[in-house]
Design a protein around this ligand. Structure first.
Ligand code: 8YV
Length: 328
């Protein structure tokens, strides 16, 4: 007789091929309406499941995890970032947490470049003017942005995504600088001709474009504080496709409004999905609704990773993408 299939509860609608395969492999409960689960519904799910498949929209803090039933063994997050999960509390309860690193690197790096270009070349402003029927003829001094080639890019967080951005940026003629807990290997530093700054303050004050690629942890919360943001040059632009909490959003909005920095491209927000009203309507801010990994291919690959993590656990092995707090 076949072994009992584990009860897997998925909190949001995932791409069809992922859901179909999950139904084949596991006793899977899907969220067909895609409405985010309330705290009560989440508590009910972790009370009944062997495996929970949450997303960034589910807050799994210590109080909620206290409601986990005895069968809950794995939280297989659909996404790379796990700042919505109290990983230490889960591990203390004997629950393994996994994520989906690697498969969203290229898509997030692409979107980062898109934001860099959009802000520097005023792409959204230009598109809006044209859509509104307000383009009345070419003008030699109208809608001027800034050149990308030859500028200095400061990357905060030189992990997979930071490096993928650096590779693309090199092709655009940008000079790569970075701040990270430790320098990258000399092979990568040479390949990217990258300059390491142990002092974030020193790097911020010298760059034309800054892009954020670190995870959100207690150590990176408001890493770009009001004080640090003031170090940026007046012509600098700031891009964030990592996590909103890394930037003091109020301080950023004030600098943008005052023209103390040139622009910002933000895909993530401090109080997501609420957008700071001070950011709304600013012509020098390009705001996107957390699209970093939003490609069909990427989301299917993320689902594949979730399945592999659950499958290896079912087979009695350690899932490949276990999140270990020391790594965060
Ligand atoms: C995901 C992300 O779409 O993976 C991440 O960390 O920020 C997003 O791109 C989201 O987390 C899905 O849960």
């Amino acid at each position: 007789m076949a072994a009992r299939k584990p009860k897997v509860i998925v909190t949001r609608k995932l791409p069809d091929p992922v859901e179909t395969r999950m139904r084949e492999l596991f006793d899977t409960e899907l969220n067909l309406t895609d409405a985010p689960l309330s705290a009560e519904q989440l508590a009910d799910a972790i009370g009944r499941a062997d495996v929970l498949v949450p997303t960034i929209t589910d807050r799994l803090d210590e109080a909620l995890l206290a409601k986990a039933g005895p069968t809950l063994k794995v939280i297989a997050n659909f996404g790379a970032g796990v700042d919505h999960i109290d990983v230490a509390a889960a591990i203390a309860r004997g629950i393994t947490v996994t994520n989906t690193p690697g498969v969203l690197t290229e898509d997030t790096a692409d979107l980062t470049m898109a934001l860099m270009m959009a802000v520097s070349r005023r792409i959204v402003e230009g598109a809006n003017v044209t859509q509104a029927g307000e383009y009345h003829g070419w003008n030699p001094t109208w809608m001027m942005g800034h050149r990308i080639t030859g500028k200095r890019l400061g990357i905060i967080g030189m992990g997979r995504i930071g490096q993928a951005v650096a590779r693309r940026a090199r092709a655009f003629g940008l000079q790569i600088h970075y701040h990270n807990r430790k320098p990258v290997s000399s092979r990568i530093a040479e390949e990217l001709e990258a300059t390491y700054w142990e002092s974030l303050d020193q790097m911020l004050a010298r760059m034309d474009i800054i892009t954020v690629h670190s995870p959100h942890t207690p150590a990176t919360y408001h890493l770009l504080s009001a004080r640090r943001l003031k170090l940026l040059q007046k012509h600098a632009i700031l891009v964030n496709t990592a996590r909103g909490e890394i930037i003091d959003e109020n301080a950023l909005a004030e600098l943008l409004k005052a023209g103390s920095i040139a622009g910002a491209g933000l895909d993530v927000f401090e109080f997501e999905p609420t957008i700071n009203p001070k950011l709304l309507g600013l012509p020098n801010a390009v705001l996107l609704p957390h699209l970093g990994s939003a490609t069909i291919e990427g989301r299917i690959d993320m689902g594949e990773k979730v399945i592999i993590n659950i499958r290896t656990w079912m087979d009695g092995h350690k899932p490949p993408d276990r999140v270990i707090p020391a790594m965060m």
